[in-house]
Design a protein around this ligand. Structure first.
Ligand SMILES: NC(=O)c1ccc[n+]([C@@H]2O[C@H](COP(=O)([O-])OP(=O)(O)OC[C@H]3O[C@@H](n4cnc5c(N)ncnc54)[C@H](OP(=O)(O)O)[C@@H]3O)[C@@H](O)[C@H]2O)c1
Length: 429
């Protein structure tokens, strides 16, 4: 019989617990798929006595994480989490000791991925991370191994289930962002500290990994423009619907003639297109692969079973001997991403203002837009409030983002406009 693949599992929480349980309960099926037995060599977490919903008393327990990286395991599965600290130390030590590594840790890879890929390559071992981007969706494998022939023009995705759940519920109930966030926390769809999710940071971590795979750049997180969903109002969601759009938090990486345009931002996507129909905690990624066309991937982006499914796929790959380059090409061939100038961001924009209900206001706003070279496709003015404020919404024709920002600065300085305005790019595909 082929030699078993010996696996050390670090972290036994949502994902690690799922992986340990699956390795045991699906032993014979996974043996058949991997061509050799998959054997747990050692496990570790913080609290040995915690009930983890499965019996692990017969498995060797490591009190010191270093034991996983230096023992007789072939693969170390890092499911602790965190950008640095114990997870990073474990992965570095494991790779240096010629252990293959499987991880779901997007924060760590978005910050240290290029260096870790070099370390893995130098030691001739795999570093796999299917679960780190879009959970159970096999998007890492697709970008690394499948969609190669014609290159990639763009990757656009809903990569954070918490944000998608919140936006879906805001549309369904008309409730404010803060109320829906509180509900999501109660249901376990949002963390007690939701900043990384709702601020767009988690989406940016995943986008850094997907753009490294798609465009051959280092997974450099710093040059991604990031905007979260906390300023989205039920009013914007209602107007989006009236115009036939839905607001989604998208991670977008697009090749332009002047560089790579990478951003995370609330975007209006046209109803009836694949990303608009992704609801609740689901994730989806659209890959535009040159002449091969667009490909749509959709599924669960988080949770025990979807994430376990992705981690097990990586383990089985390693058992079969598939240890290809971490980001799909040699680490030394990954270039530093050259960010596209903001002028390269051209789209129609949704603009929303609160302005005094007075004659001349509309022509003043449209005049400032015209001065910036922006023409208006359609417009709604809602309500009548003599002496008070009304809501004005405009949809522009295609125009560059900097022109819109310039115009908004002038408009917001007007004594007829109240509070901050809102701009959201619109995507029709
Ligand atoms: N949850 C998801 O749906 C999901 C989806 C995609 C990716 N991920 C990624 O998967 C990773 C794990 O996430 P998770 O949700 O499974 O986290 P989790 O439920 O919080 O589990 C973390 C585990 O790490 C252990 N741990 C923490 N610090 C440790 C230390 N210093 N030494 C040893 N063990 C330590 C914890 O031990 P105790 O149990 O003893 O406290 C726990 O078992 C993260 O990188 C996350 O971003 C998660």
């Amino acid at each position: 019989m082929a030699r078993p693949l010996r696996i050390a599992v670090a972290g036994l929480g949502t994902v690690g617990g799922g992986v340990a349980k699956a390795l045991r309960s699906r032993e014979s099926e996974l043996f058949a798929r991997a061509g050799r037995p998959l054997e747990i060599a050692m496990i570790a977490a913080r609290d040995r006595r915690k009930d983890r919903g499965f019996d692990h008393t017969d498995l060797p327990w490591a009190d010191d994480l270093a034991a996983l990286a230096t023992g007789d395991a072939d693969v170390v599965v890092e499911l602790i989490g965190g950008e640095s600290g114990p997870a990073l130390r474990l992965v570095e030590t494991a790779l240096s000791n010629r252990k293959h590594v499987v991880t779901a840790n997007k924060a760590m890879l978005a910050h240290h991925g290029a260096r870790l890929a070099t370390l893995a390559e130098k030691n001739g071992v795999a570093l796999k991370f299917e679960a780190a981007a879009a959970g159970g969706i096999p998007i890492v494998k697709a970008l690394r191994e499948s969609l190669l022939a014609y290159g990639i023009n763009a990757v656009r995705g809903i990569l954070n289930g918490t944000c998608n759940y919140i936006l879906t519920r805001m549309e369904a109930t008309g409730a404010a962002f803060s109320d829906v966030l509180a509900e999501a926390q109660k249901l376990g769809y949002a963390e007690a500290d939701p900043a990384l999710d709702i601020g767009g940071g988690d989406t940016a971590h995943k986008l850094a990994l997907l753009s490294a795979l798609a465009f051959g750049v280092q997974p450099d997180f710093g040059s991604i423009t990031v905007e979260g969903i906390d300023t989205i109002t039920p009013e914007d969601i209602g107007f989006a619907k009236e115009f036939g759009y839905r607001i989604k938090l998208l991670g977008i990486a697009r090749a332009t003639a002047q560089g790579l345009d990478r951003r995370v931002q609330p975007t209006m996507v046209k109803l009836g297109t694949p990303l608009a129909d992704v609801e609740g905690p689901f994730n989806a990624v659209v890959v535009h692969a040159g002449e091969a066309g667009p490909f749509v991937f959709e599924g669960r982006g988080a949770g025990e079973a979807p994430t376990t499914s992705a981690v097990i796929a990586d383990i089985v790959d390693i058992a079969r001997g598939s240890n290809g380059a971490v980001f799909g090409r040699a680490a030394s061939a990954l270039s530093r991403p050259v960010p596209a100038p903001v002028d390269a961001r051209v789209s129609p924009y949704y603009l929303r203002f609160h302005a005094l209900d007075q004659p001349g206001v509309l022509s003043e706003i449209s005049g400032h837009l015209a001065n910036a070279g922006i023409s208006i496709g359609s417009m709604i003015q809602r309500g009548r409030a003599p002496g008070g404020t009304v809501v004005i919404v405009m949809i522009t024709h295609e125009c560059p983002e900097p022109a819109v920002r310039r115009a908004l600065k002038v408009i917001e300085a007007s004594d007829k406009v109240r509070g901050a305005s809102r701009m959201i790019p619109m995507e029709a595909v």
